[in-house]
Design a protein around this ligand. Structure first.
Ligand SMILES: Nc1ncnc2c1ncn2[C@@H]1O[C@H](COP(=O)(O)OP(=O)(O)OP(=O)(O)O)[C@@H](O)[C@H]1O
Length: 298
């Protein structure tokens, strides 16, 4: 759905994006994770056609009218009510000048409700809090049922309850639209995204299925459970050149951190068999996105 090749954006001499090859599969919920200043807003801005790339290619396989963009700090005319803002967004998307049909009016009410704004819908948005404005931005973004949705930090101004609601809302879009959202809150990305890109200092350090990152790619670790002799197993494994650490824990558990997943897949079974231990279970350990991120960026 989206592809960039060798994307570079320079502000003066500073490279905010430095050779980004992004690939967002159609129908995915793609999380662009990265700390402040990583280049997320710049990248989304280029994809949305709001900023110009310095170098590189950008392909977005969607008509302009099917793309909806939510900036990180959405702004609206303060004298409009929330409902008027969302209705306006729907009419802009449809090319008409006002919400005239019953279906359109119902659609406006539906997204206002999904965004938690029903009670405030008839108040002027100039009096909305930052969190409410973010909800209003989300409602306006979704109302015309776009096929590609670009969300820049959609939950950053919200309290935990609001964040939960936005994440649930994004989850409901799965299968109906392609969603690319940026966030520096890694827990949010881990919760709703199936595909993830880790952006750091303008470079994509990882991109692919979230499960690939959490199971093995960034921190290849295994959890073994042996019937007995966990200390001896940990000692034997830690002498292997491809093992960076092996430690025994309670209940016959041995945590094994390896230098590469490929080496572990090739040698772990043999090394374990050589210890003569009775192996109850063996599985790659899933790490949190936060840990994977720290490993990748340190
Ligand atoms: N208009 C601009 N002029 C000059 N430098 C800019 C401009 N916009 C962004 N930058 C710089 O480019 C880098 C990337 O900024 P960007 O806003 O894209 O990052 P971000 O990941 O979205 O950060 P945040 O999470 O804080 O919004 C930063 O170093 C920033 O200072």
């Amino acid at each position: 759905m989206i592809r960039t090749h060798g994307l570079v954006k320079r502000y003066g001499t500073h490279a905010a994006l430095d050779g980004v090859d992004l690939e967002v599969p159609a129908g995915s919920v793609y999380g662009l994770a990265g700390p402040n200043g990583a280049g997320k807003t710049t990248l989304l801005g280029i994809l949305a056609g709001l900023r110009k790339a310095t170098e590189g290619e950008v392909t977005v396989a969607a008509e302009t009218g099917e793309v909806a963009v939510l900036p990180d700090t959405p702004r609206f005319d303060p004298w409009l009510t929330g409902r008027e803002v969302v209705a306006l967004a729907l009419t802009l998307g449809s090319g008409t000048h006002s919400v005239t049909t019953r279906e359109d009016a119902e659609r406006v009410d539906e997204v206002l409700e999904q965004s938690g704004l029903t009670d405030a819908a008839r108040r002027r948005c100039g009096g909305y809090s930052r969190g409410m404005l973010q909800r209003l931005g989300i409602a306006s973004t979704l109302v015309a049922r776009p096929s590609l949705i670009l969300l820049d930090e959609p939950a950053s101004a919200l309290d935990p309850q609001g964040r939960r609601e936005v994440l649930d809302l994004i989850n409901t879009l799965r299968g109906h639209a392609t969603v690319l959202f940026s966030s520096h809150i890694l827990g949010d990305v881990q919760e709703v995204c199936d595909t993830v890109g880790i952006l750091h200092h303008g470079r994509l350090l990882f991109q692919g299925p979230l499960s690939d990152l959490l199971v093995g790619r960034a921190v290849p670790r295994y959890e073994l459970r042996v019937r007995d002799g966990a200390d001896a197993v940990a000692g034997a494994l830690s002498r292997e050149a491809w093992v960076s650490s092996a430690t025994a824990a309670e209940g016959g558990i041995v945590h094994v951190e390896v230098r590469s997943l490929a080496d572990a897949e090739r040698h772990l079974m043999g090394a374990l068999a050589a210890t003569g231990a009775s192996v109850v279970s063996m599985r790659p350990e899933e790490v949190s996105l936060e840990r994977a991120f720290l490993e990748l960026t340190s």
